[in-house]
Design a protein around this ligand. Structure first.
Ligand SMILES: *Cc1c(COP(=O)(O)O)cnc(C)c1O
Length: 457
């Protein structure tokens, strides 16, 4: 079969779209460690989780047994508006590179939020509505999650309160306005509207905020306002479950043409897109039905997998959230201010952390200037302006494709292109002006944060 028989874009018909999410945990031999109560250090029960998260989402969070969970019809219909997302054969890039490698990428940037985050936001809003809630609270950093959630809440007529990391609130006014267009209330964090926000401001006057801090504020408002719950856009098991739609579609599209990847590559912040993309491939690998190299790519300035500790840690700065066992840099870790490339959360999904610890996947950390070089190299051939986060995956996909030039191997590379970079032009500007540098934390700095990890027996 000549390779050109594989189209540039592999679409699925509506009837070929997945009807259930895939819950990889059911097939994991070593299950991810349970969330622990921050006071008692005992596993969180459904009753303890329910005041914070929506009931059905708590059940999904704790479900380590059902491999498939049906996608409710209303969510499937919403998905149909912007999914399936295209799986693109990067013929143009291959030709430009002169590589024998076959490169495919799954593009999740074709919706207003500009990223994969809508896949979980719409599901979380749906379950909040089903429960009869009035609204939800959340945090957002760069703004993609806040945007996705605002879109989903407006669709289901729910209130949406977003705590946006202050530095992003100020630097990304257009993100903020997109959220307000969808009716969300956006507050810069830390704020004086919460007890924890006031405490943090007192301790660190002039702080520009962090995700961990915004999470604490959002949780406080959710648990102190009747009819509200807190929702999170990454890290949690339920989010990886919803994001499995990415991997299921990818696998279905590849199967149509009998394409078997050698490696699957994705960027890793909290781990949701990567967890979703790799889910069906990892499932086969665990069952011994196939073998794939699975590669997580993270920034050198926030290297949770490659330099973090696998330990129980707080998910937030205010230490109000359950403890999660994950690869972590410590909940007080904040990447250097010159880090522009996203993926700045201190911890990694407990599911991915367990898989990594079991040696089932690899991780690599890359410096941000190389990430932006790769982004540009990609954009100039494939036409898509990639998000800095996504460009971490591009960087390693390009490296692997270039290795194939030397070895002559025709490796099949699949990577996740999680979003577009239209709102990241300040970062691109820094790169173009040559004022972007590669800050890498020293071991001594990391030790300082590790010292604050909670002691859990
Ligand atoms: C949020 C985001 C990421 C990282 O989040 P994960 O939970 O690790 O997937 C990556 N790319 C884009 C475009 C994002 O918006």
């Amino acid at each position: 079969m000549s390779t050109k028989e594989i189209p540039y874009k592999i679409y699925l018909e509506e009837h070929e779209m997945p009807k259930a999410w895939y819950n990889l945990r059911a097939d994991m031999v070593n299950k991810p460690a349970p969330l622990l109560h921050p006071g008692t250090h005992q596993p969180m029960s459904l009753e303890e989780l329910s005041p914070v998260f929506c009931e059905e989402l708590c059940k999904q969070e704790l479900n380590n047994t059902d491999p498939y969970i049906e996608i409710p019809e209303e969510i499937r219909n919403f998905y149909k508006m912007y999914r399936p997302s295209p799986l693109i054969r990067a013929y143009c890039l291959e030709e430009k590179l002169g590589t024998p490698a076959k490169i495919y990428y799954k593009f999740e940037g074709n919706n207003t939020s500009g990223s994969h985050k809508l896949n979980s936001a719409i599901a979380q809003a749906y379950y909040a509505k089903q429960q009869g809630l009035k609204g939800v609270t959340t945090e957002t950093g760069a703004g993609q999650w806040g945007t996705a959630l605002s879109m989903s809440c407006s669709y289901f007529d729910l209130d949406c309160k977003v705590f946006m990391v202050k530095v992003s609130y100020e630097q990304k006014p257009f993100r903020r306005e997109v959220m307000r267009t969808y009716g969300a209330e956006v507050t810069p964090s830390p704020s004086t509207t919460t007890e924890i926000g006031k405490k943090i401001l007192e301790a660190h006057p002039g702080t520009t905020g962090s995700l961990g801090c915004a999470i604490s504020e959002a949780v406080e408002v959710a648990t102190s306002t009747p009819g509200y719950r807190y929702v999170l856009g990454s890290v949690l098991n339920q989010v990886l479950l919803h994001q499995s739609i990415i991997g299921l579609e990818t696998k279905a599209a590849l199967d149509k043409y009998d394409i078997v990847p050698d490696m699957v590559i994705g960027c890793a912040g909290g781990g949701s897109n990567l967890g979703g993309l790799i889910a069906p491939f990892m499932g086969e690998k665990i069952k011994g039905n196939a073998d794939y190299r699975i590669i997580a790519v993270e920034p050198q300035s926030c290297p949770s997998f490659t330099r973090g500790k696998y330990a129980y840690d707080f998910a937030d700065t205010g230490m109000v959230c359950p403890l999660a066992k994950m690869y972590t840099l410590g909940s007080n870790f904040i990447p250097a201010p010159n880090h522009a490339g996203g993926l700045r959360y201190h911890g990694m999904s407990p599911v991915l952390s367990q898989l990594y610890d079991d040696g089932l996947m690899e991780a690599v950390a890359v410096p941000q200037t190389e990430v932006f070089q790769a982004a540009e190299e990609f954009a100039r051939v494939e036409g898509i302006l990639p998000a800095p986060e996504s460009s971490h995956a591009i960087k390693i996909a390009l490296d692997e494709a270039k290795k194939c030039i030397e070895t002559g191997e025709e490796k099949t590379i699949v990577f996740g292109l999680t979003g577009t970079g239209y709102f990241d032009m300040v970062a691109y500007e820094k790169f173009h002006n040559g004022v972007m540098d590669d800050y890498i934390p020293t071991d001594a700095e990391l030790e300082k944060y590790f010292a604050t990890l909670p002691l859990v027996e």
